[in-house]
Design a protein around this ligand. Structure first.
Ligand code: GDP
Ligand code: MG
Length: 437
């Protein structure tokens, strides 16, 4: 992973008393390799390391006692600058403010529309309206209703109307009449850039003149993300980028490349499927994350914000009464997923690493786990001891997983229940407190 690579790169500098042309070159070669591995565009990585090199050698660093640290700082500052320097706000000056979502299918537009509405409602005291302009898939409208319902935000749609321009315009009229101050227009995407999609979004864009046109992109798509961003920017000249699926240890390379190629700020990141999994994009934190300096501040903030206190108390009671079941397990997993990298989080909590050492929680595993739990009956979920060999076979079939995976989950569940009991003891007070309990 990128952080490890950069660690190694900086390690080269250890033991050297001064930054010299030679050891800077060596280190930055490693930095460049690390950036390339993180899917940063070749030319960008090269320009980046050249800039850092010039600065490092240009400064009076030959006498510094800790050249390694200075170089780390230079790399971090340069990365931060490359990603936009300051936090880019969102323009809410319209009356109502109109926000248009663009991006490929599956990039996370609908999910992010909901997250943004929820953010504006709960953090900015706004009254947002969600607008369903994906006219191709009836399921897409339905999806936006599910999202809207979950956060208590009204959804505007015209299921019979096949003209997204009209729908968007009517929605804005509706918003004006009903006192909504932000209108978030969710649009249709395609699997790849195509002319029809571009024409459509461009017509909507011209007709409604949004204050904010946001380009939503899946951070996991790496190099492709840059090309897509360029195509959309050529047509829409958008105002900002939303980087989704930046959960766990998704490479941050896309953030660097996109910012450089289209020169538009990244405004928010999506870090999970839940409505709360949205973060303002802080260039400096992203730089630190990429450099593996530990994004402690935002981890703590996220942990505090997202561990629902009520939920934590309920779970605590259940653990105490030995009533902790698979539904609770599922909801715990979802909480954990919202926070991103569990290992990072655990590492920050004194004593917790020890309690967690036998529990392997991996991102990929979540998919199977969720499928398995969804295949259990309510009775089995609340009373796992019911699950015998026959039931296991049924569950494994129903969830499309192997019987070993079901067995493994049962074991993990037991360990987790045990661990949670332990956390209620003296050593675990801090963790529970941190998690909102
Ligand atoms: P759209 O086609 O652009 O509207 O994309 P959707 O909003 O329907 O999202 C596509 C898939 O990505 C869904 O399964 C979402 O739950 C998932 N998704 C969206 N944002 C995130 C994110 O930040 N993290 C993760 N892990 N999944 C996400
Ligand atoms: Mg959608």
């Amino acid at each position: 992973n990128l952080s490890d690579k950069l660690d190694k790169a900086f390690h080269i500098l250890k033991g050297h008393g001064k930054i010299t042309e030679v050891n800077v070159a060596e280190t930055l070669k490693e930095v460049r390799r690390a950036l390339l591995d993180a899917d940063v565009n070749f030319k960008i990585a090269k320009d980046f390391t050249n800039t850092v090199k010039e600065k490092a050698l240009g400064q009076d660093v030959l006498t510094t006692l800790q050249p390694g640290q200075l170089l780390v700082k230079l790399v971090k500052d340069e990365l931060t600058a490359l990603m936009g320097g300051d936090v880019a706000g969102i323009n809410l000056s319209g009356n109502p403010t109109v926000i248009l979502m663009s991006g490929l299918q599956g990039s996370g537009k609908t999910t992010f529309s909901g997250k943004l509405a929820n953010y504006l409602l709960t953090k900015k005291n706004k009254k947002p309206l969600l607008v369903a302009c994906d006219i191709y898939r009836p399921a897409a409208i339905q999806q936006l209703y599910v999202v809207g319902d979950s956060i208590g935000v009204e959804v505007y749609s015209e299921p019979e109307n096949k003209n997204p321009v009209e729908i968007a315009q009517n929605a804005i009229k509706h918003a004006k009449a009903k006192g909504f101050d932000v209108v978030i227009v969710d649009t249709a995407g395609r699997l790849a850039v195509d002319t029809e999609m571009m024409n459509e979004i461009s017509r909507v864009h011209k007709a409604i003149q949004p204050q904010e046109t946001l380009f939503v992109v899946d951070a996991m798509t790496g190099q492709d993300a840059v090309n897509t961003a360029k195509a959309f920017n050529d047509i829409l000249n958008f105002d900002g980028v939303i980087l989704t699926k930046l959960d766990g240890d998704t490479r941050g390379g896309a953030a660097l490349s996109i910012k450089t190629v289209v020169n538009k700020p990244i405004k928010f990141v999506g870090t999970g499927e839940k409505m709360e999994a949205i973060d303002v994009f802080y260039p400096i934190r992203m730089a630190e994350r990429i450099l593996g300096m530990g994004d402690v501040v935002s981890l703590v903030e996220r942990a505090q914000e997202q561990f629902d206190e009520e939920e934590a108390r309920k779970i605590q009671k259940k653990i105490a009464k030995n009533e902790f079941g698979f539904d609770d397990f599922l909801s715990q997993i979802q909480q954990v997923k919202k926070m991103g990298n569990m290992k990072d989080l655990v590492g920050m909590i004194p004593g917790a690493s020890k309690a967690m050492k036998d529990v392997e929680i991996e991102d990929d595993a979540f998919k199977h786990i969720e499928a398995i739990i969804h295949s259990m009956t309510p009775a089995e979920r609340s009373k796992p001891s019911l699950i015998d060999v026959k039931r296991k076979a049924r569950i494994s079939k129903g969830s499309g997983t192997k019987i070993e995976q079901v067995n493994q989950l049962m074991k993990q569940f037991e360990q987790m229940s045990k661990m949670m009991k332990m956390m209620q003891g003296p050593g675990g007070k801090n963790l529970m407190k941190m998690m909102g309990g």
